[in-house]
Design a protein around this ligand. Structure first.
Ligand code: SF4
Ligand code: SF4
Length: 442
Protein backbone atom coordinates (compact mmCIF):
# COMPACT_ATOMS: atom_id res chain seq x y z
CA UNK A 1 0.00 0.00 0.00
CA UNK A 2 1.36 3.42 -0.93
CA UNK A 3 1.72 5.85 1.95
CA UNK A 4 2.49 9.56 2.07
CA UNK A 5 3.80 10.39 5.52
CA UNK A 6 5.98 13.49 5.86
CA UNK A 7 9.53 13.29 7.15
CA UNK A 8 8.42 15.14 10.26
CA UNK A 9 5.77 12.50 10.91
CA UNK A 10 8.29 9.72 10.37
CA UNK A 11 10.55 11.21 13.04
CA UNK A 12 8.13 9.59 15.49
CA UNK A 13 9.21 5.94 15.89
CA UNK A 14 5.60 4.81 16.42
CA UNK A 15 4.67 6.38 13.11
CA UNK A 16 7.66 4.77 11.36
CA UNK A 17 6.60 1.36 12.64
CA UNK A 18 3.01 1.89 11.51
CA UNK A 19 4.09 3.19 8.11
CA UNK A 20 6.13 0.04 7.55
CA UNK A 21 3.13 -2.11 8.46
CA UNK A 22 0.81 -0.12 6.17
CA UNK A 23 3.20 -0.48 3.26
CA UNK A 24 3.19 -4.26 3.65
CA UNK A 25 -0.57 -4.48 3.05
CA UNK A 26 -1.47 -5.24 -0.58
CA UNK A 27 -5.27 -4.84 -0.08
CA UNK A 28 -5.87 -8.46 -1.11
CA UNK A 29 -8.65 -8.88 1.45
CA UNK A 30 -7.79 -12.49 2.37
CA UNK A 31 -7.94 -11.42 6.01
CA UNK A 32 -11.63 -10.51 5.79
CA UNK A 33 -12.65 -14.17 5.57
CA UNK A 34 -11.26 -14.97 9.01
CA UNK A 35 -12.17 -11.75 10.82
CA UNK A 36 -14.94 -12.50 13.35
CA UNK A 37 -16.55 -9.07 13.14
CA UNK A 38 -16.63 -9.18 9.33
CA UNK A 39 -17.93 -12.75 9.37
CA UNK A 40 -20.80 -11.63 11.62
CA UNK A 41 -21.96 -8.54 9.77
CA UNK A 42 -20.10 -8.27 6.47
CA UNK A 43 -19.25 -4.59 6.96
CA UNK A 44 -15.94 -3.77 5.25
CA UNK A 45 -15.17 -1.17 7.93
CA UNK A 46 -15.39 -3.95 10.50
CA UNK A 47 -12.82 -6.02 8.61
CA UNK A 48 -9.04 -5.86 9.01
CA UNK A 49 -8.63 -4.24 5.60
CA UNK A 50 -11.28 -1.63 6.35
CA UNK A 51 -9.71 -0.86 9.71
CA UNK A 52 -6.28 -0.59 8.12
CA UNK A 53 -7.68 2.05 5.72
CA UNK A 54 -9.27 3.97 8.59
CA UNK A 55 -6.02 3.91 10.58
CA UNK A 56 -3.95 4.94 7.55
CA UNK A 57 -6.26 7.84 6.87
CA UNK A 58 -6.18 9.00 10.51
CA UNK A 59 -2.40 8.74 10.88
CA UNK A 60 -1.43 10.13 7.49
CA UNK A 61 -3.68 13.16 7.78
CA UNK A 62 -2.47 13.67 11.35
CA UNK A 63 -6.09 14.04 12.40
CA UNK A 64 -7.70 13.38 15.75
CA UNK A 65 -9.69 10.16 15.80
CA UNK A 66 -13.32 10.53 14.76
CA UNK A 67 -16.33 8.77 16.25
CA UNK A 68 -16.36 6.52 13.17
CA UNK A 69 -12.73 5.46 13.61
CA UNK A 70 -13.28 4.83 17.32
CA UNK A 71 -16.42 2.77 16.63
CA UNK A 72 -14.77 0.40 14.15
CA UNK A 73 -11.48 0.06 16.03
CA UNK A 74 -13.37 -0.52 19.28
CA UNK A 75 -15.23 -3.35 17.56
CA UNK A 76 -11.92 -5.05 16.72
CA UNK A 77 -11.27 -7.90 19.16
CA UNK A 78 -7.49 -7.82 18.68
CA UNK A 79 -7.94 -11.55 18.12
CA UNK A 80 -5.21 -11.41 15.44
CA UNK A 81 -6.86 -14.00 13.19
CA UNK A 82 -6.06 -11.55 10.39
CA UNK A 83 -2.35 -11.86 11.13
CA UNK A 84 -2.47 -15.64 10.79
CA UNK A 85 -4.30 -15.31 7.45
CA UNK A 86 -2.36 -12.45 5.91
CA UNK A 87 0.03 -13.67 3.18
CA UNK A 88 2.03 -10.42 3.30
CA UNK A 89 2.98 -10.55 6.97
CA UNK A 90 1.11 -7.37 7.93
CA UNK A 91 1.69 -6.86 11.68
CA UNK A 92 -1.87 -5.75 12.41
CA UNK A 93 -1.35 -6.06 16.18
CA UNK A 94 1.18 -3.24 16.36
CA UNK A 95 -0.88 -1.11 14.00
CA UNK A 96 -4.11 -1.44 15.95
CA UNK A 97 -2.26 -0.91 19.24
CA UNK A 98 -0.94 2.38 17.84
CA UNK A 99 -4.44 3.33 16.67
CA UNK A 100 -5.93 2.61 20.10
CA UNK A 101 -3.41 4.94 21.74
CA UNK A 102 -4.18 7.62 19.17
CA UNK A 103 -7.92 7.26 19.81
CA UNK A 104 -7.41 7.43 23.56
CA UNK A 105 -5.29 10.58 23.18
CA UNK A 106 -7.41 12.46 20.65
CA UNK A 107 -11.03 11.31 20.88
CA UNK A 108 -13.41 12.28 23.68
CA UNK A 109 -15.80 9.41 24.30
CA UNK A 110 -19.27 9.89 25.84
CA UNK A 111 -19.11 10.31 29.63
CA UNK A 112 -20.53 6.89 30.55
CA UNK A 113 -18.01 5.18 28.30
CA UNK A 114 -15.14 7.17 29.76
CA UNK A 115 -16.25 6.25 33.26
CA UNK A 116 -16.59 2.56 32.43
CA UNK A 117 -13.22 2.37 30.70
CA UNK A 118 -11.50 4.26 33.53
CA UNK A 119 -13.10 1.95 36.11
CA UNK A 120 -11.97 -1.15 34.24
CA UNK A 121 -8.43 0.27 33.96
CA UNK A 122 -8.27 1.18 37.65
CA UNK A 123 -9.83 -2.01 39.01
CA UNK A 124 -9.07 -5.08 36.91
CA UNK A 125 -5.24 -4.99 36.93
CA UNK A 126 -5.18 -4.80 40.75
CA UNK A 127 -6.11 -8.11 42.41
CA UNK A 128 -7.38 -6.65 45.69
CA UNK A 129 -9.57 -4.05 44.01
CA UNK A 130 -10.74 -6.64 41.50
CA UNK A 131 -11.62 -9.05 44.33
CA UNK A 132 -13.74 -6.40 46.07
CA UNK A 133 -15.45 -5.52 42.78
CA UNK A 134 -16.24 -9.20 42.23
CA UNK A 135 -17.89 -9.45 45.65
CA UNK A 136 -20.09 -6.47 44.79
CA UNK A 137 -20.87 -7.96 41.35
CA UNK A 138 -21.72 -11.32 42.92
CA UNK A 139 -24.21 -9.63 45.26
CA UNK A 140 -25.79 -7.76 42.34
CA UNK A 141 -25.76 -10.73 39.94
CA UNK A 142 -29.53 -11.42 40.22
CA UNK A 143 -30.11 -7.92 38.80
CA UNK A 144 -28.47 -8.79 35.46
CA UNK A 145 -31.75 -9.48 33.57
CA UNK A 146 -33.29 -6.26 34.93
CA UNK A 147 -30.27 -4.18 33.89
CA UNK A 148 -30.32 -5.77 30.44
CA UNK A 149 -34.05 -4.97 30.12
CA UNK A 150 -33.31 -1.36 31.09
CA UNK A 151 -30.74 -1.16 28.30
CA UNK A 152 -27.74 -1.15 30.65
CA UNK A 153 -26.13 -3.90 28.62
CA UNK A 154 -22.56 -3.39 29.74
CA UNK A 155 -23.41 -3.55 33.42
CA UNK A 156 -25.57 -6.58 32.71
CA UNK A 157 -22.63 -8.19 30.88
CA UNK A 158 -20.35 -7.67 33.89
CA UNK A 159 -22.87 -9.34 36.19
CA UNK A 160 -23.54 -12.14 33.74
CA UNK A 161 -19.82 -12.91 33.48
CA UNK A 162 -19.29 -12.86 37.25
CA UNK A 163 -18.75 -16.45 38.42
CA UNK A 164 -20.99 -17.76 41.22
CA UNK A 165 -18.17 -18.13 43.70
CA UNK A 166 -16.27 -15.81 45.97
CA UNK A 167 -13.00 -14.36 44.71
CA UNK A 168 -9.71 -15.61 46.11
CA UNK A 169 -6.83 -13.76 47.67
CA UNK A 170 -3.85 -13.51 45.34
CA UNK A 171 -0.83 -15.61 46.26
CA UNK A 172 2.05 -13.85 48.00
CA UNK A 173 5.45 -13.75 46.26
CA UNK A 174 7.31 -16.96 47.12
CA UNK A 175 9.36 -19.83 45.76
CA UNK A 176 8.03 -23.34 45.28
CA UNK A 177 10.97 -25.77 45.39
CA UNK A 178 11.36 -28.57 42.88
CA UNK A 179 10.50 -32.07 44.04
CA UNK A 180 13.70 -34.16 43.83
CA UNK A 181 16.65 -32.94 41.77
CA UNK A 182 16.21 -29.42 40.49
CA UNK A 183 16.24 -29.45 36.69
CA UNK A 184 15.16 -25.87 36.06
CA UNK A 185 13.97 -22.62 37.59
CA UNK A 186 11.17 -20.49 36.17
CA UNK A 187 9.14 -17.45 37.13
CA UNK A 188 5.37 -17.80 36.90
CA UNK A 189 3.23 -14.74 36.22
CA UNK A 190 0.51 -14.68 38.88
CA UNK A 191 -1.26 -11.99 36.90
CA UNK A 192 -4.24 -10.03 38.12
CA UNK A 193 -7.56 -11.56 37.12
CA UNK A 194 -6.27 -15.14 36.86
CA UNK A 195 -5.43 -15.77 40.52
CA UNK A 196 -8.50 -13.95 41.87
CA UNK A 197 -10.99 -15.73 39.61
CA UNK A 198 -9.35 -19.12 39.24
CA UNK A 199 -6.37 -19.77 41.54
CA UNK A 200 -6.61 -23.47 40.67
CA UNK A 201 -4.95 -22.71 37.31
CA UNK A 202 -1.64 -21.48 38.68
CA UNK A 203 -1.87 -24.03 41.50
CA UNK A 204 -2.03 -26.78 38.87
CA UNK A 205 0.87 -25.24 36.94
CA UNK A 206 2.99 -25.07 40.10
CA UNK A 207 2.22 -28.70 40.96
CA UNK A 208 3.06 -30.02 37.48
CA UNK A 209 6.26 -28.03 37.31
CA UNK A 210 7.59 -28.82 40.77
CA UNK A 211 6.60 -32.50 40.41
CA UNK A 212 8.80 -32.63 37.30
CA UNK A 213 11.80 -30.99 38.94
CA UNK A 214 11.21 -27.32 38.11
CA UNK A 215 11.48 -24.67 40.81
CA UNK A 216 8.81 -21.98 40.49
CA UNK A 217 9.24 -18.38 41.60
CA UNK A 218 6.43 -15.87 42.05
CA UNK A 219 8.62 -12.79 41.90
CA UNK A 220 8.21 -9.92 44.34
CA UNK A 221 6.85 -6.88 42.48
CA UNK A 222 5.42 -8.72 39.46
CA UNK A 223 1.76 -8.01 38.74
CA UNK A 224 -0.58 -7.38 35.84
CA UNK A 225 1.17 -7.81 32.48
CA UNK A 226 -0.37 -4.56 31.21
CA UNK A 227 -2.53 -6.04 28.47
CA UNK A 228 -5.85 -4.90 29.93
CA UNK A 229 -4.90 -1.23 29.81
CA UNK A 230 -2.82 -1.73 26.65
CA UNK A 231 -5.96 -2.78 24.78
CA UNK A 232 -7.76 0.26 26.16
CA UNK A 233 -5.12 2.48 24.55
CA UNK A 234 -3.73 3.59 27.94
CA UNK A 235 -0.12 3.32 26.93
CA UNK A 236 1.48 5.05 29.91
CA UNK A 237 -0.17 2.66 32.38
CA UNK A 238 0.59 -0.38 30.21
CA UNK A 239 4.27 0.53 30.00
CA UNK A 240 4.45 1.18 33.75
CA UNK A 241 3.03 -2.29 34.43
CA UNK A 242 5.45 -3.83 31.92
CA UNK A 243 8.40 -2.05 33.54
CA UNK A 244 7.40 -3.28 37.02
CA UNK A 245 7.38 -6.88 35.74
CA UNK A 246 10.69 -6.45 33.98
CA UNK A 247 12.23 -5.08 37.20
CA UNK A 248 10.81 -7.99 39.18
CA UNK A 249 11.96 -10.71 36.79
CA UNK A 250 15.39 -9.31 36.03
CA UNK A 251 16.02 -9.07 39.78
CA UNK A 252 15.31 -12.82 40.04
CA UNK A 253 18.47 -14.80 39.41
CA UNK A 254 18.85 -17.90 37.29
CA UNK A 255 15.55 -18.00 35.42
CA UNK A 256 15.31 -20.42 32.49
CA UNK A 257 11.90 -19.12 31.46
CA UNK A 258 9.03 -16.85 32.44
CA UNK A 259 5.82 -18.83 32.26
CA UNK A 260 2.34 -17.52 31.71
CA UNK A 261 -0.90 -19.47 32.10
CA UNK A 262 -3.17 -16.78 30.61
CA UNK A 263 -2.37 -16.61 26.91
CA UNK A 264 -3.72 -13.07 26.58
CA UNK A 265 -1.03 -11.99 29.04
CA UNK A 266 1.57 -14.15 27.32
CA UNK A 267 1.07 -12.37 24.02
CA UNK A 268 1.72 -9.03 25.71
CA UNK A 269 4.77 -10.18 27.70
CA UNK A 270 6.25 -11.60 24.49
CA UNK A 271 5.78 -8.13 22.98
CA UNK A 272 7.58 -6.23 25.78
CA UNK A 273 10.68 -5.92 23.58
CA UNK A 274 8.69 -3.99 20.98
CA UNK A 275 6.63 -2.00 23.48
CA UNK A 276 9.75 -0.68 25.24
CA UNK A 277 12.12 -0.53 22.27
CA UNK A 278 12.46 3.24 22.51
CA UNK A 279 13.12 3.31 26.26
CA UNK A 280 16.90 3.25 26.71
CA UNK A 281 16.60 2.21 30.37
CA UNK A 282 14.44 -0.83 29.58
CA UNK A 283 14.83 -1.79 25.91
CA UNK A 284 17.49 -4.46 26.45
CA UNK A 285 15.93 -5.99 29.54
CA UNK A 286 12.48 -5.89 27.93
CA UNK A 287 13.81 -7.84 24.94
CA UNK A 288 15.42 -10.37 27.29
CA UNK A 289 12.20 -10.84 29.27
CA UNK A 290 10.23 -11.24 26.03
CA UNK A 291 12.67 -13.90 24.85
CA UNK A 292 12.24 -15.85 28.11
CA UNK A 293 8.42 -15.67 28.05
CA UNK A 294 6.62 -18.92 27.27
CA UNK A 295 3.10 -20.16 27.49
CA UNK A 296 2.81 -22.94 30.07
CA UNK A 297 1.93 -25.53 27.39
CA UNK A 298 4.87 -24.46 25.27
CA UNK A 299 7.20 -25.07 28.20
CA UNK A 300 5.59 -28.32 29.38
CA UNK A 301 5.87 -29.73 25.85
CA UNK A 302 9.63 -29.77 26.37
CA UNK A 303 9.45 -31.75 29.62
CA UNK A 304 9.27 -35.53 29.89
CA UNK A 305 5.87 -35.52 31.61
CA UNK A 306 5.03 -38.66 33.50
CA UNK A 307 1.44 -39.80 32.95
CA UNK A 308 -0.30 -41.14 36.02
CA UNK A 309 -1.61 -44.69 35.74
CA UNK A 310 -5.15 -43.38 36.21
CA UNK A 311 -5.07 -40.89 33.33
CA UNK A 312 -8.73 -39.95 33.03
CA UNK A 313 -9.19 -40.41 29.24
CA UNK A 314 -12.05 -37.94 28.87
CA UNK A 315 -13.12 -36.42 25.55
CA UNK A 316 -11.84 -32.82 25.54
CA UNK A 317 -13.14 -30.05 23.27
CA UNK A 318 -9.98 -27.99 22.94
CA UNK A 319 -10.71 -24.30 22.44
CA UNK A 320 -7.65 -22.63 20.99
CA UNK A 321 -7.53 -19.12 22.49
CA UNK A 322 -6.86 -16.46 19.84
CA UNK A 323 -3.98 -15.05 21.85
CA UNK A 324 -2.41 -18.52 21.88
CA UNK A 325 -3.03 -19.59 18.28
CA UNK A 326 -2.80 -16.23 16.49
CA UNK A 327 -0.85 -14.12 18.99
CA UNK A 328 1.79 -16.68 19.95
CA UNK A 329 1.36 -19.34 17.24
CA UNK A 330 1.17 -22.03 19.91
CA UNK A 331 -1.25 -24.50 18.35
CA UNK A 332 0.11 -28.06 18.48
CA UNK A 333 1.56 -28.28 21.96
CA UNK A 334 -1.58 -28.12 24.15
CA UNK A 335 -3.39 -30.72 22.03
CA UNK A 336 -0.37 -33.00 21.78
CA UNK A 337 0.17 -32.83 25.53
CA UNK A 338 -3.45 -33.73 26.24
CA UNK A 339 -3.40 -36.58 23.72
CA UNK A 340 -0.10 -37.87 25.08
CA UNK A 341 -1.65 -37.99 28.55
CA UNK A 342 -4.61 -40.07 27.46
CA UNK A 343 -7.32 -37.54 26.66
CA UNK A 344 -9.33 -37.75 23.44
CA UNK A 345 -8.86 -34.30 21.92
CA UNK A 346 -11.61 -32.93 19.71
CA UNK A 347 -11.01 -29.91 17.47
CA UNK A 348 -13.66 -27.21 17.52
CA UNK A 349 -15.02 -26.29 14.06
CA UNK A 350 -14.14 -22.74 12.95
CA UNK A 351 -11.55 -22.80 15.70
CA UNK A 352 -9.86 -19.72 14.25
CA UNK A 353 -12.83 -17.56 15.26
CA UNK A 354 -12.79 -15.75 18.59
CA UNK A 355 -15.19 -16.67 21.42
CA UNK A 356 -15.81 -12.97 22.07
CA UNK A 357 -13.87 -12.69 25.31
CA UNK A 358 -10.87 -10.58 24.21
CA UNK A 359 -9.89 -8.93 27.50
CA UNK A 360 -12.56 -6.39 28.36
CA UNK A 361 -14.26 -6.71 24.96
CA UNK A 362 -17.13 -8.82 26.34
CA UNK A 363 -17.94 -5.95 28.70
CA UNK A 364 -17.42 -3.08 26.25
CA UNK A 365 -19.04 -4.75 23.21
CA UNK A 366 -21.53 -7.12 24.83
CA UNK A 367 -23.74 -7.69 21.78
CA UNK A 368 -20.98 -8.80 19.41
CA UNK A 369 -19.30 -10.75 22.21
CA UNK A 370 -22.51 -12.64 22.98
CA UNK A 371 -23.09 -13.53 19.33
CA UNK A 372 -19.55 -14.84 19.04
CA UNK A 373 -19.89 -16.78 22.27
CA UNK A 374 -23.16 -18.41 21.20
CA UNK A 375 -21.58 -19.40 17.90
CA UNK A 376 -18.56 -20.85 19.70
CA UNK A 377 -20.67 -22.69 22.28
CA UNK A 378 -22.77 -24.18 19.47
CA UNK A 379 -19.70 -25.60 17.71
CA UNK A 380 -18.31 -26.90 21.00
CA UNK A 381 -21.53 -28.57 22.15
CA UNK A 382 -21.87 -30.36 18.82
CA UNK A 383 -18.67 -32.26 19.67
CA UNK A 384 -20.37 -33.96 22.61
CA UNK A 385 -17.16 -33.79 24.62
CA UNK A 386 -16.99 -34.28 28.40
CA UNK A 387 -15.07 -31.11 29.12
CA UNK A 388 -13.84 -27.91 27.45
CA UNK A 389 -10.17 -26.98 27.79
CA UNK A 390 -8.61 -23.62 26.99
CA UNK A 391 -5.36 -21.85 27.80
CA UNK A 392 -6.82 -18.52 28.81
CA UNK A 393 -9.00 -17.50 31.75
CA UNK A 394 -10.88 -14.96 29.61
CA UNK A 395 -12.06 -17.64 27.17
CA UNK A 396 -12.93 -20.02 30.00
CA UNK A 397 -15.12 -17.40 31.70
CA UNK A 398 -16.73 -16.31 28.44
CA UNK A 399 -17.54 -19.81 27.22
CA UNK A 400 -18.65 -21.05 30.66
CA UNK A 401 -21.23 -18.24 30.79
CA UNK A 402 -22.96 -19.80 27.77
CA UNK A 403 -22.90 -23.53 28.43
CA UNK A 404 -23.49 -26.12 31.12
CA UNK A 405 -20.33 -28.01 30.12
CA UNK A 406 -17.38 -27.59 32.48
CA UNK A 407 -14.57 -25.36 31.18
CA UNK A 408 -11.11 -25.85 32.63
CA UNK A 409 -7.59 -24.71 31.85
CA UNK A 410 -5.45 -27.14 29.82
CA UNK A 411 -2.85 -27.22 32.61
CA UNK A 412 -5.48 -28.42 35.10
CA UNK A 413 -6.04 -31.52 32.94
CA UNK A 414 -2.29 -31.99 32.51
CA UNK A 415 -1.84 -31.78 36.28
CA UNK A 416 -4.66 -34.25 36.88
CA UNK A 417 -3.26 -36.73 34.35
CA UNK A 418 0.20 -36.56 35.87
CA UNK A 419 -0.80 -37.24 39.45
CA UNK A 420 -2.55 -34.05 40.60
CA UNK A 421 -6.11 -33.71 41.86
CA UNK A 422 -9.21 -33.59 39.69
CA UNK A 423 -9.85 -29.97 38.59
CA UNK A 424 -12.39 -28.39 41.00
CA UNK A 425 -14.72 -27.36 38.17
CA UNK A 426 -14.93 -31.00 37.12
CA UNK A 427 -15.48 -32.13 40.69
CA UNK A 428 -18.38 -29.72 41.03
CA UNK A 429 -19.71 -31.02 37.75
CA UNK A 430 -19.27 -34.63 38.83
CA UNK A 431 -23.00 -35.33 38.71
CA UNK A 432 -22.69 -35.56 34.92
CA UNK A 433 -23.07 -39.22 34.01
CA UNK A 434 -20.07 -39.37 31.64
CA UNK A 435 -17.76 -37.86 34.20
CA UNK A 436 -18.89 -39.65 37.33
CA UNK A 437 -16.49 -42.63 37.26
CA UNK A 438 -13.49 -40.50 36.23
CA UNK A 439 -14.12 -37.80 38.77
CA UNK A 440 -14.64 -40.31 41.52
CA UNK A 441 -11.33 -41.92 40.55
CA UNK A 442 -9.57 -38.50 40.37
S1 SF4 B 1 -4.58 -10.15 4.05
FE1 SF4 B 1 -2.87 -8.82 4.65
S2 SF4 B 1 -2.21 -7.81 2.76
FE2 SF4 B 1 -4.28 -8.65 2.40
S3 SF4 B 1 -5.68 -6.94 2.91
FE3 SF4 B 1 -5.47 -8.20 4.76
S4 SF4 B 1 -3.79 -7.23 5.90
FE4 SF4 B 1 -3.68 -6.43 3.79
S1 SF4 C 1 -7.79 -8.54 15.16
FE1 SF4 C 1 -9.54 -9.93 14.85
S2 SF4 C 1 -11.37 -8.60 14.94
FE2 SF4 C 1 -9.57 -7.27 14.67
S3 SF4 C 1 -9.42 -6.95 12.46
FE3 SF4 C 1 -8.07 -8.71 12.94
S4 SF4 C 1 -9.37 -10.52 12.67
FE4 SF4 C 1 -10.75 -8.74 12.78
Amino acid sequence: MQTSFTLAQLADPHMTASEKILRACVHCGFCTATCPTYVLDGNELDSPRGRIYLIKDMLEADRPATAEVARHIDRCLSCLACMTTCPSGVHYMHLVDHARVRIEDTYRRPLTERLLRATLAKVMPYPRRFGLALIAALAAKPLAPLLAALGLKRLAAILHLTPRRLPHRPRAPQTFPAVGDRKGRVALLSGCVNDVLAPQINAAAIRVLTRHGIEVVLAEGAGCCGSLVHHLGREREALAQARANIDAWTATAGLDAILITASGCGTTVKDYGFMLRTDPAYAKRAARVASLAKDIAEYLAGLPLKPDQNAPGLAVAYHSACSLQHGQRVTRQPKELLARLGFVVKDVADGHLCCGSAGTYNILQPDIARRLRDRKVGTIERLRADVIAAGNIGCMTQIAAGTELPAVHTVELIDWATGGPCPPTLREYGAHAALRPHVAAG
